[in-house]
Design a protein around this ligand. Structure first.
Ligand code: PLP
Length: 385
């Protein structure tokens, strides 16, 4: 018998049964009334998750496509942009902006730490001629398991006219993000993280100020033309053939998110984070991110000295069918990452920690069976006390 797999990645994440069933529906006309009403319901639900009164555009593609759109629609060739980077997804924004001809300046912070709002404020203050046209920030840096303080970073930019553009691919729906209240100009997200549906959709929310910039932007775009997407959305359509099953699934997953309620969803993700961190620490392993900046969506862990991260991952997969993510870039084979976002519950964390305990013992790193599990269980019981 094929064993159940425990998929603990920071995307793609597990897909609930209700959503799987929605994915299996017959195809419909994407220019017909049925799709129009699906799109309308999805767009309304997304507004709640984005905490916005603006339109949320539903795009077909990977999250990186929406990141590209967040560059090509708002930055013209030769313009200066500031990319705040704390890991590989921050670096991706810089690469995209470079490719689209921007003068890219990076404000980098050590991997495993969060961006310092004071450093951003200093750089913004120094821009007396207001040359910086956009500031790009990653909300949750998936490569390191660190969450940036978006309101503080937004405040650091203050009334400087630069657009404030946020990659919320792995944060939206797992942790608070308030597009309108936080005065964010462009926010992008993807389907395969906390939205609990398969890869294939990306989302973008654009402020009125950013739409004005887009209207004058001279960069080339065709597939990722957000103005065109907005025009078509007003007619209940998309510019090109959309991933119809994913839109059908999104309607279902948004219903599930609404029934849990965003505060409940955020509290669950925080509990999963605490269970993971306590469980892993009880096994003597170190975490990359400090508690104060630790992500509610993904936890990056150093294996014990002498054990390679990828060897441990392979053993987890081969022996227990547990899938965790590897390190990226400079952390390849140095860390492993446990994703705990989307359709994940406390018992999933208990199972991962239990598998880790056994795997460490198999690999010759003796740990007391039950010690990590117990630490995770105590988090649950303390919460219910
Ligand atoms: C997953 C992720 C992306 C990219 O999404 P793809 O769908 O793989 O292109 C971008 N940013 C962050 C923070 C992510 O976690």
């Amino acid at each position: 018998m094929k064993e159940k797999q425990l998929l603990m990645l920071p995307g793609p994440t597990p897909v609930p049964q209700e959503v799987l069933q929605a994915l299996a529906r017959p195809m419909i006309n994407h220019r017909g009334p049925e799709f129009k009403s699906l799109l309308a319901e999805a767009a309304e639900g997304l507004k709640e998750v984005f905490c916005t009164r603006q339109e949320v555009l539903i795009l077909t593609g990977a999250g990186s496509g929406a990141m590209e759109a967040a560059v090509s629609n708002f930055v013209s060739p030769g313009e200066r942009v500031l990319v705040v980077s704390i890991g590989s997804f921050g670096d991706r924004f810089a690469q995209i902006a470079q490719r689209f001809g921007a003068q890219v300046e990076r404000l980098e912070f050590a991997w495993g730490t969060a961006a310092d709002p004071a450093a951003l404020a200093d750089r913004i203050r120094a821009d007396v001629n207001k040359e910086i046209r956009a500031v790009f920030v990653t909300h949750n840096e998936t490569s390191t398991g660190v969450t940036n303080d978006i309101p503080a970073l937004r405040a650091a930019v203050g009334d400087h006219p630069a657009l404030f553009i946020v990659d919320a691919v792995s944060s939206l729906g797992a942790m608070p993000l308030e597009t309108d209240n936080w005065n964010l100009d462009v926010v992008v997200a993807g389907s395969q993280k906390s939205f609990m549906i398969p890869p294939g959709l990306a989302f973008a929310c654009v402020s009125p100020r950013a739409w004005d910039v887009a209207a004058k932007c001279t960069n080339a775009r065709f597939y990722w033309d957000l103005g065109k997407a907005r025009e078509m959305a007003a007619k209940g359509q998309t510019p090109f053939t959309p991933a119809i099953p994913q839109v059908t699934a999104l309607v279902e997953s948004l219903r599930m998110i609404r029934s849990e309620g965003l505060p409940g969803t955020f509290a669950r993700h925080l509990k999963l984070r605490e269970m993971t961190r306590h469980g892993v620490r009880a096994l003597g392993m170190e975490l990359l991110a400090a508690d104060a900046v630790a992500s509610a969506a993904v936890t990056a862990v150093f294996p014990p000295a002498g054990l390679e991260a990828n060897a441990l991952r392979k053993m987890l997969l081969d022996r227990f069918n547990v899938v965790v993510a590897g390190g990226q870039g400079k952390f390849d084979n140095k860390i492993f990452r446990i994703g705990h976002l989307g359709y994940v519950q406390g018992l999933d964390i208990i199972a991962v920690i239990a598998a880790l305990e056994m795997t460490l013992n198999i690999c010759g790193h003796k740990v007391e069976l039950g010690s990590g599990v117990r630490a995770a269980q105590e988090v649950v019981l303390a919460e219910n006390a």
